[in-house]
Design a protein around this ligand. Structure first.
Ligand SMILES: *Cc1c(COP(=O)(O)O)cnc(C)c1O
Length: 363
């Protein structure tokens, strides 16, 4: 029997969110970020829908993620953000992001050996402090441009804030990116795609859009911008099954550490999902789920595979009923942003933690 921990993925919401993004960015090319299994939504299915909707470029974190997409028959360009593996880059026709000259040298040699040319994107560090050329990026890019078998299709950078609270720092990053861009164009380099905009910048900083945008979280229905009034729709609904119902007297301790004790005679439901499923232990006594259209509280510590909820005020609840962890039921809704606030994290982590583990069903 299915234990009922499922992530329902609504592909129409992906299409809708892509349209919102397209409208904001006046139809610029979208490099759709589908790393981490499309933020837990399933990269193959999500990519398929995006391609159907006209997306012409995907981005993943690691080469092995790109291999999975190629093996599933996806044949549009895929940017590999973080670990260009020379062998596989050629074997699977991938586009590596190059963050240092020595990687460029390796890829150039491999291209020569194969008697072919490779499209690459070069990353410059404008303030993220993670990867990318520092120092004199123009000089290094010119050197890389001179290497045999290397065709620089794009130059990119990344914002150091996913929500761009500090616009002045983001503007400094844009200015420094733009000055490199201008210099390269002046020097006659024919580079097609300059890109820096993550979701927050897509929404909040139109001057960052350049030739293409690189949204991730927006595709999945969440705005990183707190003051956003965008019309995004969450793509993932998460449900668990109530596998047992127990009537307990007042004064009954619930779960590890007895951090919750019933104050009245209570009906306690046991949900078949726990922190091994990505429901953070931080939700202990600190989250709600929706049962029969009403919000109920998580009581006691979240366990590895089980979580208790207080159903005392719900009428007609039965074993086997569903509990909505993320999603909408009746007039109530809970999203990953609410869970993120409770767990002191960001929706990205909630979606990837749960999405990786839940059985996914596509609609
Ligand atoms: C993850 C990532 C993105 C997408 O960021 P969102 O905030 O999800 O839009 C874009 N570019 C790079 C380099 C990334 O690592």
């Amino acid at each position: 029997m299915n234990r009922g921990f499922t992530a329902e993925i609504y592909l129409n919401a992906i299409s809708h969110n892509l349209k919102v993004i397209k409208d904001i960015s006046r139809n610029l090319p979208v490099i759709a970020v589908v790393k981490a299994d499309a933020y837990g939504h399933g990269a193959v299915k999500i990519s398929g829908r995006l391609i159907n909707d006209g997306v012409e470029y995907l981005a993943v974190a690691f080469t092995e993620e790109a291999k999975e997409l190629r093996d599933a028959g996806i044949n549009i360009p895929i940017l590999v953000l973080f670990d260009p593996d020379a062998e596989d880059i050629f074997k699977y026709s991938l586009v590596p992001v190059i963050s240092d000259k020595k990687t460029a040298v390796v890829l150039s040699k491999e291209a020569e050996r194969r008697n072919t040319a490779l499209n690459v994107h070069i990353k410059i560090d404008t303030g993220m402090g993670r990867l990318g050329l520092t120092g004199d990026p123009v000089k290094e890019i010119l050197e890389i441009a001179g290497m045999k078998g290397i065709n620089i299709e794009g130059v990119m950078s990344h914002f150091s804030e996913a929500d761009i609270k500090d616009e002045s720092f983001a503007r400094m990053q844009i200015a420094s990116f733009n000055s490199v861009r201008k210099e390269l164009l002046q020097k006659g380099l024919n580079i097609r795609l300059f890109h820096i905009a993550n979701s927050a910048a897509v929404e909040a900083l139109p001057e960052s859009h350049f030739d293409a945008i690189r949204p991730g979280i927006m595709l999945y229905g969440y705005s990183p911008v707190l003051t956003s009034n965008s019309q995004l729709i969450p793509v993932m609904t998460v449900k668990a099954k109530i596998s047992a119902l127990r009537r307990l007297p007042a004064g009954a301790p619930i779960s590890y550490g007895r951090t919750f004790v019933t104050k009245r005679e209570s009906l306690i439901g046991v949900m078949a999902a726990g922190y091994a499923d990505g429901l953070s232990r931080r939700f202990s006594n600190n989250a709600e789920v929706i049962v029969r259209g009403r919000r109920v509280s998580v009581v006691g510590r979240v366990c590895m595979d089980l979580t208790m909820i207080d159903l005392t005020d719900i009428e007609h609840v039965e074993e086997g009923d569903e509990a909505v962890i993320i999603g909408r039921q009746g007039n109530e809704s809970i999203d990953a942003a609410e869970l993120a606030r409770r767990a002191d994290t960001i929706p990205y982590e909630i979606l990837t933690s749960i999405g990786y583990r839940a059985k996914k069903v596509y609609y």
